[in-house]
Design a protein around this ligand. Structure first.
Ligand code: KG4
Ligand code: ZN
Length: 402
């Protein structure tokens, strides 16, 4: 089975192609190629992702990125100009007004007439920025019609769960097994848009998965908090890695935190999170320091350290409770913030204490990418042909609850 993955939920335009085959483990796969075009630099001027800019950039980048991805791939058949034009025409009324740039780019992409040997298209249907998501979904719909292949809607958060089950050294072209995490598992999903503790059920691989969200943020996502605090400290977007670097320097140099920040909802008795108060506390500390002319590099390092500790402590505590309450057999951590060294360290400690394995995404797959989307699609397809359509339908509605 060859699957094309499409991801446009936020500020990364990403495409990937994987091949899968059955094996003892969940399944074996190889990455034919995985491309990520980041818009982070463009959004940095706004201090966060600007939805209409993201939409425009996805529309601009998808077709050239696909041309690059398919370059050198054999075609299984060639479409005539008439066949291609009639496929495109079906979307003219609907997609041309909604995504004119995308529609026009697809209409003029002659390389699409060479049908690649792709069996299905997996596309992120949410959660994410609505205008950005629609570009990817519309692209998938057009490709599906042109090439005559089915489309599978994929939940972005499920993609992050699956992404954490990939071997750390993904070499393009080499076959590998997707790791079989002992189930049920607790997934801590931490990104710029989401903060969730999810129960990954025992039927994850072979039935309609019934995920349960055990807790989530009531306001800002963890990554968003990192990005906003970075902005307050005058650091570029995305701020997570910059905060993390300053915090590590504070730790190395023994720089004390200038203030004690709150640990929001640490004792709330549930598994929900809240990070906006923490950001406000940082704002007040920064304003006070500026007034007193104490807003120095060391102040920034100390505050970055304290902020990272506050976030990591809350995440650790709530994840510990989730593991204990559900008797989880493994811990899966996913999302862009999973790249954070302090959070990774605490998760390692937590898994060790509970004597369960930990599944962390390797750094190149912790951010948004289409490989994880293609893989999540492959799970939905990993059944015999006659069950395919039912499974796809069920899986799509099942993942909506995530
Ligand atoms: O999963 P992701 O690539 O995109 C979303 O779906 O949001 O996550 C991006 C987020 C950004 O907020 C970024 O600041 C954060 O992940 N991030 C980090 C680190 N690396 C990326 N946050 C903390 N520490 C890091 N090292
Ligand atoms: Zn993400």
């Amino acid at each position: 089975m060859t699957i094309l993955g499409i991801e446009t939920s936020c500020d990364e335009t990403a495409l990937a192609i994987i091949e899968t085959k059955e094996s003892n483990a969940p399944f074996s796969f190889r990455v034919v190629d995985s491309l990520v075009h980041s818009q982070a630099e463009l959004h940095s001027a706004y201090g966060g992702v600007y939805p209409s800019l993201a939409k425009r950039e996805h529309a601009k980048n998808l077709v050239p990125l696909l041309a690059k991805l398919l370059d050198g791939m054999p075609s299984s058949k060639d479409l005539s100009d008439e066949e291609f034009a009639s496929a495109i025409d079906e979307f003219r009324k609907e997609i041309l007004p909604q995504n004119p740039d995308l529609f026009t780019a697809v209409e003029h992409a002659d390389f699409l007439k060479k049908v690649p040997p792709i069996d299905a298209i997996a596309v992120t249907e949410g959660p994410g920025l609505e205008p950005a998501l629609w570009v990817g979904i519309n692209f998938a719909r057009m490709l599906g019609r042109i090439w005559g292949v089915p489309i599978m809607p994929i939940n972005h958060m499920e993609g992050h769960v699956v992404g954490s089950l990939v071997e750390s050294d993904v070499a393009n072209g080499a076959w590998q097994e997707l790791k079989a995490a002992p189930l049920p598992a607790i997934a801590l999903l931490i990104s710029g848009g989401h903060t969730q503790l999810v129960n990954v059920p025992s039927d994850f691989w072979d039935k309609t998965p019934r995920y349960t969200i055990l807790g989530q943020t009531k306001d800002d996502a963890v990554g968003e908090a990192f990005d906003k605090v970075a902005r307050l400290l005058g650091l570029p977007y995305p701020g997570g890695p910059h905060i993390s670097k300053l915090a590590a320097e504070a730790s190395e140099l023994g720089i004390q935190s200038p203030v004690k920040l709150p640990r929001p909802m640490l004792g709330s008795g549930d598994l929900d999170f809240s990070f906006s108060g923490l950001k406000t506390a940082v704002l007040y500390a920064v304003q006070k320091a500026q007034k007193e002319e104490k807003f120095t590099d060391d102040f920034k390092k100390g505050l970055a350290y304290e902020f990272e500790q506050a976030v990591a402590e809350v995440l650790e505590k709530k994840t510990r409770v989730a593991i204990e309450e559900t008797g989880a057999k493994s811990l899966i951590v996913g999302g862009g913030v999973a790249a954070n060294a302090e959070i990774r360290k605490r998760c390692e400690k937590l898994a060790k204490e509970n004597n369960i394995p930990l599944f962390l995404p390797s750094r190149h797959i912790s951010g948004d990418n289409a490989l994880m989307i293609a893989l999540a699609g492959a799970i939905g397809m990993n059944v015999s042909d006659e069950k395919l359509s039912t499974k796809r339908e069920l899986r799509a509605s099942g993942t909506k609850s995530l």
